[in-house]
Design a protein around this ligand. Structure first.
Ligand code: ATP
Ligand code: MG
Length: 603
C-alpha cells in the first residue's frame, strides 16, 4: 500500500523539542517518528514503528539463522525468581517495583535471566535436550538514574535478549561464538558500525563478556583500541604493571616534616627542596614518585556506607567508573553500589586518616597509623604499586610525609584494583602497542554467565553418565530501540534524517510539486507502479502544501530516494534525488521506475 502523506498520522515539527540534546532525539521527534510520553518513555508513531519493525526483522532472521527460537515472556513478573538470585536487592533503585491488590511484590523486568532459566528447568531434564538457545524481543524497564538522549537511554526500551543453555564449557563457547557472529551480521545488515570490545561482567556475574560499541562522540562509554587490534571497554583495560623490584638494599623509610603540603603538587615541590635526589637516585621528584591515597565511600546495596582507600601513583587520577566495575570482588555483598569521594564526616569518623597526609603506614606487622590489616578500612592499590617499589606518601600525621616507603617491605594491602584513569598512549595489555581513547554507545552485550544462574535456580540435567550436572548459560542482548536511535544519530545532516536502506521507513518518497492536475496524476501513477515493482512508497499527495514544505519534509523524514514530479513533467522528466549524496538527476518518466528499482537493489 502506498503511504499517502495526506492520510498518514504524522505532524512534522520545525522546532527542536526543548528537552533534546542529541541529533537523533531532536530529529526522531521533529520528523514524527516518536513522541515523549514521560521522561525516558516514548510512544511510537507509524513511521517510527516501520523502522523499528525492520530492525526487529533483521535481528529475528539472524537469530533464526543460528537456531535460536523465539519465545515471549511477560514484562510483569513476581519478585521470587529475582530474590533467588539476589537481584531483587542488587538492582536497588534501578527497577520498577509494584504490588498487586494482595500486597504481593512484582517488578517490571529489567532483564530476564531468571525466568528463562526457570522455564528451561520446567521443561527440560536431559543433556539430550541441549544445546538450546531461546530469545525474545520485548520491553524492558529500568529506572535509569539519568534517562537521556531520547531512545538512547530510556526507562522503557526494547531489547532482544537471548539465552543459551549447554551441558559443558565447550558447548557454551560454541553458543557464545554463534551469537557473536550473528551480532556482527546484524549490525552489518543494519548499516551500523560496531566494534566488539572486551568488557567487565559487572552485575551480571560470569566470566567472558564483550560489548558491541558504536563509535560516536556522544557515546557514554569510553573504550580504547590499539593499532594492533586490542579493543576494550575502559572499565576492562588491565594495566601493564612493572616487574617486582628487589628491595634488599633499599634505604630505610624516613619521615620528614613537610608543612603545608596537602596536595601532590605542593608535595613534589617540597620533596625537591627538602630531599633532593641525585640523577643516580632517580633525579628530580615527580608526581609519579608519590603514592596518593584516595578515600572513597561505597554505598552498599544494603544501604550501608563503607570507606575504601585506594593507593595510586600521584600522577594518576582515580576513575570512578573503573573502580565501580572492579571493586565488587572486595565488597561483602554483590550488587549495584553508590560511589563517591569520602566527605568531611567520613574522615572525622576515621581519625587515622589525616586529610592531605594519608598513607598506608610504616610497618607490615605493626601498622603505626596505617591502613594495612585494619579491620575497618579496605586498602586497595593500583597494579603499579609492585613489591619493592618505593614511594613518597603521607605519614598520617599533619604536615608530615614519609620518604622511601617500600611496598611489600613497609606496607601491605588488601588487594590490587584497576582504578586509575586509562590514558591515551598507555600500553595495551596484549603487547599490541599504545592505546587510543574513543567514545561509543553500547549496542549489544554478550556474556558467558556460566553456572551462576543455573546454580541459584537449580537448573540441572542428566549428563551422558546419568549424573546430574548444572547447566552452563550465556546471555546476549541487543538494544533494539537504542539501535533505531544510534542509526538516526549517525545518519543525518542539517536538514534531517538519512536512513540506511535496510531500515528506512520506505524505499522511495514521491513528491508531487506544484498545482497542475497532470502533476498529481503522474505522481499517483508512478507511486502505484513503484509499489507494483515491490517497493515501499511514501507519496506526498498533499494538495495545498508548498513545494518548500514538501521538500523540507522529504529531507526531514530521510527516505533514501526522493522522486519529485514537477515542472520537468512538461518535458517528460522527473527529478530523482539521492538523500545521502544530495545528487539529483532528471530521468525520463518512462524510465523512472526502473531507475529507482536499481537504486534500491544496489544497496
Ligand atoms: P548501559 O551500560 O548502556 O546502561 P547495560 O550494560 O546496562 O547498558 P545490558 O544489560 O547489557 O545493558 O543490556 C543489553 C543491551 O540493552 C545494551 O547493550 C543496550 O543496547 C540496551 N540497553 C540497556 N539499557 C538501555 C536503556 N536504558 N535504553 C535503551 N537501551 C538500553
Ligand atoms: Mg551491558
Amino acid at each position: 500500500m502506498v503511504v499517502r502523506l495526506s492520510q498518514l498520522f504524522l505532524r512534522t515539527l520545525r522546532e527542536d523539542p526543548v528537552d533534546a540534546e542529541v541529533a537523533s532525539h531532536k530529529l526522531l521527534v521533529r520528523a514524527g517518528y516518536i513522541r515523549r510520553a514521560a521522561p525516558g518513555i516514548y510512544t511510537w508513531l507509524p513511521l517510527g514503528l516501520s523502522v523499528l519493525r525492520k530492525v526487529e526483522r533483521i535481528i529475528r532472521e539472524e537469530m533464526t539463522a543460528i537456531g535460536a527460537q523465539e519465545v515471549h515472556f511477560p514484562a510483569l513478573l513476581p519478585k521470587e525468581p529475582y530474590e533467588a538470585t539476589n537481584r531483587w536487592t542488587e538492582y536497588g533503585d534501578g527497577i520498577f517495583r509494584l504490588k498487586d491488590r494482595k500486597q504481593a511484590d512484582y517488578l517490571l523486568a529489567p532483564t530476564h535471566e531468571e525466568v528463562f532459566t526457570l522455564l528451561v528447568k520446567d521443561l527440560y531434564s536431559s543433556y539430550k535436550d541441549l544445546p538450546l538457545s531461546i530469545y525474545q524481543i520485548q520491553n524492558k524497564y529500568r529506572d535509569e538514574a539519568r534517562p537521556r538522549a531520547g531512545l538512547l537511554r530510556g526507562r522503557e526500551f526494547i531489547m532482544k535478549d537471548s539465552y543459551s543453555f549447554d551441558v559443558d564449557d565447550a558447548g557454551l563457547d560454541a553458543s557464545y561464538a554463534a551469537h557473536r557472529a550473528a551480532y556482527l551480521k546484524i549490525f552489518e545488515r543494519l548499516g551500523l558500525e560496531v566494534i566488539p570490545v572486551t568488557a567487565t561482567a559487572g552485575a551480571m556475574g560470569g566470566s567472558k563478556s564483550e560489548e558491541f560499541l558504536h563509535p560516536t562522540e556522544i557515546g557514554e562509554d569510553t573504550f580504547v583500541r590499539s593499532a594492533g587490534g586490542y579493543a576494550a571497554n575502559v572499565e576492562a583495560v588491565t594495566t601493564v604493571a612493572p616487574e617486582a623490584i628487589d628491595f634488599s638494599n633499599a634505604p630505610a623509610a624516613r619521615v620528614l616534616d613537610t608543612p603545608d603540603t596537602p596536595t601532590i603538587e605542593t608535595l613534589v615541590a617540597a620533596s625537591n627542596e627538602l630531599a633532593p635526589r641525585s640523577e643516580a637516585e632517580g633525579g628530580e621528584w615527580t608526581a609519579a614518585d608519590t603514592l596518593k591515597n584516595v578515600v572513597l565511600a561505597v554505598t552498599l546495596p544494603t544501604g550501608e556506607r563503607q570507606i575504601v582507600v585506594i593507593g595510586v601513583p600521584g600522577d594518576r587520577a582515580v576513575d570512578l567508573k573503573r573502580v565501580e566495575a572492579n571493586i565488587g570482588a572486595f565488597l561483602p555483598v554483590a550488587g549495584e553500589i553508590g560511589l563517591e569521594a569520602a566527605n568531611e564526616e567520613d574522615l572525622k569518623k576515621n581519625p587515622a586518616l589525616v586529610k592531605g597526609y594519608i598513607g598506608p603506614g610504616l610497618s607490615l606487622d605493626e601498622p603505626v597509623l596505617g591502613l594495612e590489616g585494619s579491620s575497618k578500612l579496605l586498602f586497595l592499590v593500583d597494579p603499579r604499586i609492585v613489591s619493592g617499589s618505593s614511594w613518597v606518601t603521607g605519614a598520617n600525621l599533619d604536615g608530615k610525609h614519609v620518604f622511601g616507603l617500600v611496598a611489600g617491605r613497609d606496607f601491605g594491602w588488601d588487594g590490587v584494583i584497576e582504578a586509575t584513569e586509562v590514558r591515551e598512549g598507555d600500553l595495551a595489555p596484549d603487547g599490541s602497542g599504545p592505546l587510543e581513547l574513543a567514545r561509543g554507545i553500547e549496542m549489544g552485550h554478550i556474556f558467558q554467565l556460566g553456572r551462576k544462574y543455573a546454580e541459584a535456580l537449580d537448573l540441572k540435567v542428566l549428563d551422558q553418565n546419568g549424573k546430574q550436572v548444572v547447566v552452563t548459560m550465556g546471555s546476549y542482548g541487543v538494544g533494539v530501540t537504542r539501535a533505531v536511535a544510534a542509526l538516526a544519530e549517525s545518519n543525518n545532516d542539517d536538514r534531517g534524517l538519512i536512513w540506511p536502506r535496510s531500515v528506512a521507513p520506505a524505499d522511495v518518497h514521491v513528491v508531487a510539486v506544484g498545482r497542475g492536475e497532470e502533476i498529481f496524476a503522474a505522481a499517483e501513477k508512478l507511486s502505484a507502479e513503484l509499489e507494483a515493482a515491490g517497493l515501499e512508497v511514501i507519496y506526498d499527495d498533499r494538495p495545498k502544501v508548498s513545494p518548500g514544505v514538501k521538500f523540507g519534509d522529504a529531507e526531514l523524514l530521510g527516505v533514501p530516494t526522493i522522486l519529485a514530479v514537477g515542472k520537468g513533467l512538461a518535458n517528460g522528466v522527473v527529478e530523482i534525488k539521492d538523500r545521502r549524496s544530495g545528487e539529483a538527476e532528471d530521468v525520463a518518466v518512462e524510465k523512472a521506475v526502473d531507475y529507482v528499482v536499481n537504486a534500491v537493489r544496489q544497496k
